[in-house]
Ligand binder design. Sequence first.
Ligand code: FMN
Length: 499
Amino acid sequence: MLAFGIEFHQLTKLSYQSVRENIYQPDWNQQPAPFRHFQPGPLFLLEPHPTAPLTSLSQTFTNLVQVETSPVAPFDLTTLSQIFKYSLSIREWREIPNSGLRYPLRVNPSCGNLHPEEVYIMLGAEMKGLYHYNLLEQCLEKRQSEDLRLLIAKATGYPELANQTAIVVVTGIGCRQYWKYRNRGYRYLLQDIGHASGALMLAAASLGFSVQCIANFPDQTIKELLGLNFLPEEPFAIISIGKNLTQWKYPSLKPEEIPPVHEFLGVHNNLGAEGFKFEDIVKMNTESLLDIADLKPPLQNKPITQDYSFPFIKLRFADVAWQRKSAQSFDTKKMLSQEEFNLIVETLKIPLAVDFLGSVFGGVPQSWLEYYCFVHQVEGMGPGVYQLVPETSQWILLQEGNFSQECAQLHLEQTLLSSSAVTFSMVGNFQQSLDRFGERGYRLLNLEAGLRGQLLYLTTQALGLRSVAIGAFYDDELNQFLSLAIPQKQVIYSFTIGY
Ligand SMILES: Cc1cc2nc3c(=O)[nH]c(=O)nc-3n(C[C@H](O)[C@H](O)[C@H](O)COP(=O)(O)O)c2cc1C
């Protein structure tokens, strides 16, 4: 398992010593622009207050399982307004005291609230063309009048994309993270993209559309199909919205079929991102790129045979998504009930239709993650460190005792983690992922963690709990605490939950 992914991960590690020796203060005057826009060009305003879909959170989770779902309404500008409002839009503005400045918080989370994600959508019929989602103005900016769906179908190998209702591409402007977190920012970029992709999948599923996520595609070709040539912005996920995809054929797009960049509408704004080129990130990203000739048929696990339904949470998805926010503190006096814990664990198993999980065509998803858990305050479970055995869905006790202080210490002394009821650590199986996907595996591990984290945020919100995704921890101290076989297995993400 000699891979740059391992080396890169090593380079991005934090330790008790490293954070004290390499003190780095980002220059706030250098922060890249948080909002992308392409102007002038045709704009389509999204509805600021579209009706909230009535679908419950449980039904939305159930809809994620790749079965033929039935949309509650035709796909139009209202549908697009609903999808974007309940996935990625700005939910509130906060004032910075005594500064006259304010900053936005969004429906989806992001490490440091820096939001590297951007979104493009390809449509057919009356709205034929390619659009950029401008979330500050809540509008779609038209970038291409041509129907690009056939081209993306030929480029990725999924022929049914040519007639799909909508194709969403989630891109990342990494320098928004690298500016502050440097090399480690690449992990956060990928995890943020996982969250954003999950948020979009859920919003579309709440409206009854089938959603499938594709992360193995020819990067440069997709970038050019979006008209992003030469810009510091990369595609990371393609989300198919509408009907089920069922087939894959070897891609056939020829370079001359891609529209030249001068045919795209609107001029991009300058992000002030030029100064943030990190050699190791460039190398890691370059090593992980796929070309059309590299594409292989997607993993296809055996089909899900039993009907899937997520246990009952009657709150509407739209309300839960809109109210989601990260915890600032926890009430240490309240314990998590066994039922709440079980629902949270159930969330780790929701079958997502994702190409690299072997479930894009409805197969039983596998996971490249393993779950460990610091239990501090859960009814019926003694405090300790546990490991989830996927085959039996049982938690086995690894170490007995209340490790709430240790848990906080291992996560960069974030005291929040000492007052939560439980902290899950997602352990990436580097060995399996890199063996299966080569250098692409590093990206996929982090995307999976973000996707799963997004589902966790919503379940915990719906249960009236609070939670926070945790990307900052002392890597090897935590890996060693959990007795992981480094480098084959290492923590890549944590998630802490309480009252
Ligand atoms: C990849 C990722 C890593 C994060 N890491 C931390 C962390 O280490 N500590 C923390 O307090 N919050 C962390 N957060 C939460 C963000 O700070 C939070 O999402 C952001 O401030 C926006 O606030 P909101 O989630 O309430 O919208 C993380 C979020 C993400 C998506």
